[in-house]
Design a protein. Sequence first.
Length: 282
Amino acid sequence: MFLAKCQSEGMSARVLGIGVCLLVVLAPPSATARPTRAGRLPGACFRRATEPAVAACLRPTFRRAAAAGRVAETLDELEAAVRRGDLDDCHALAHELGHLVVARVRSVQRALGAGGTQCSDGYQHGVVEAAAGLAAGPKTCARRRSEELRDACFHALGHRYMYEAQHDAARALQLCRSRLGPFGGAARCEDGVLMENSMQYMRLGGSLYGLHAPHACDGLHLSGELRFTCYAEIGEVGMFVFRHRLDRVRPVCARVQIRFGRRACLQGAREELDLVRARRSG
């Protein structure tokens, strides 16, 4: 499946957020326009060309929702926008919301309790990912009340360990094994590491993602399932970047140097497309 820098096409760190540093200029409301309810998602944001641009546009609304205690309602609105077809997907956007809530409440337990499993656990991922220094670790995950929430928490720790390791994936994978081994969550943590390994380039925007992400697995010397997952995440994350347009992700996968990696990248992209289609139809 992530930190605050600006680049062309809009970049900010997803810690992290996937928001970008853009100025969003909105037309002033007409004199007869009804006032916007706090936390209401502006539909104009959904029409932005890339996921980072959508996140940048929604960030002020997310901040207001965090301040007003409307986190769960905002997550519900994101899911409703996906079901209507107004929004491509909300997983990465929910990560962004989780980061903003943590920054405001400065409490992992309060932040986790403010939202549920909406957007394929995206909010839960974002909270744990952003909770460095707030005593959120494997024990916190193990105490979550359901298997789904525990799983989401372990996965999010993988994203966070990538930041701790300064995006040294080999070191972050080692942290997953040493810290989560006793809790049975190491594999999900490793998935989080390898997702973040591609998501770090998501913040650069579409064009630069296409240049840098195909090399995300170069030099990692992975084997077995981890090797496949690393390349598959290039395609999966590419689907977020390009709003689930497979035709835009194919050229990204084609730039992966090895044949195995190109196949895995495309498989990851197709599996993500199948998931989002299933969510929309359900």
